[in-house]
Design a protein around this ligand. Sequence first.
Ligand code: NAP
Length: 273
Amino acid sequence: MSAPETSDRSAQSDTRLRDRHVVVTGGAQGIGRGIAVRCARAGADVTVFDLDTETAAETADAVRGLGREAAVVEVDVADEASVDRGVEEAVATFGPINGVVNNAGIQRSVPLLETSEAEWDRHFAVNAKGTFLVAKRVAGQMIADDVAGSIVNISSVGAERPFTGQGAYGASKAAVLTLTTVLAKELAEHGITANAIKPGTVETPMVTQWLEEKAAQSGQSPDEVLSESLSSHILDRPAQPEEIGHVAVLLLSDEGEWITGESIAVDGGYLKG
Ligand code: NAP
């Protein structure tokens, strides 16, 4: 089953984020790029935070190609000073931030008994602490700028139904869900919402790498690992990155203003499969 081709058409007249400023972390490629482009289709100007500024420049070009403004800032989400500088630069460039998508993340497939302390710590530094640092800094900025904004955190179905090898990854993504609940509770008085998205299998460089690692561990081919994974998704196909972007736009828009503290599976039915 292939991805529907209606996405572009349905987004053509979308103005839900018109003239809003959205920051997308890890927006150089994969889901982050899909979210950045989808936000631009809805009218947003986008600042991309990433370690890889060269690839992130391609995302910025895609956003500009849709008639919106884009900027790239080199940010390591796991480093508070880097996050501080990134937010300052984003605000100096496009003004107050209306929404942030905490998408930057890493995943290595390693059985728990072989997981080193350094691997465990890096998953938590990027996936959990990185989400905390960016959410904290951006929320503080929203409050200072009197913006009733939205925070969208990209967790994973792996937080609830992990594969083998996803010990550190799944635990760090479960931390993102807990963080999202507390952000929602503590920021409500400022008019800020916080929600999480739990993607299933999405066609990105991260998944390509995951398939190769799982294949090496199991003796299967990457294609066999993929079809085994997809057989657990009711819709039996991977998502394209913009399909995660559709839901991010909803949560960032006025249509999502009554949704907070929620975690939404965008997973082709994986958690129910
Ligand atoms: P991806 O293809 O690996 O892209 C992730 C991006 O984040 C890369 O550009 C990466 O830059 C950047 N990044 C990594 N560490 C960073 C850091 N410390 N600071 C700033 N940027 C950093 O991954 P993806 O598949 O698009 O996944 C995006 C998010 O969705 C992740 O949080 C992932 O866990 C989650 N997710 C993905 C899937 C899926 O099926 N793809 C499913 C569930 C959840 P570098 O390349 O320079 O490291």
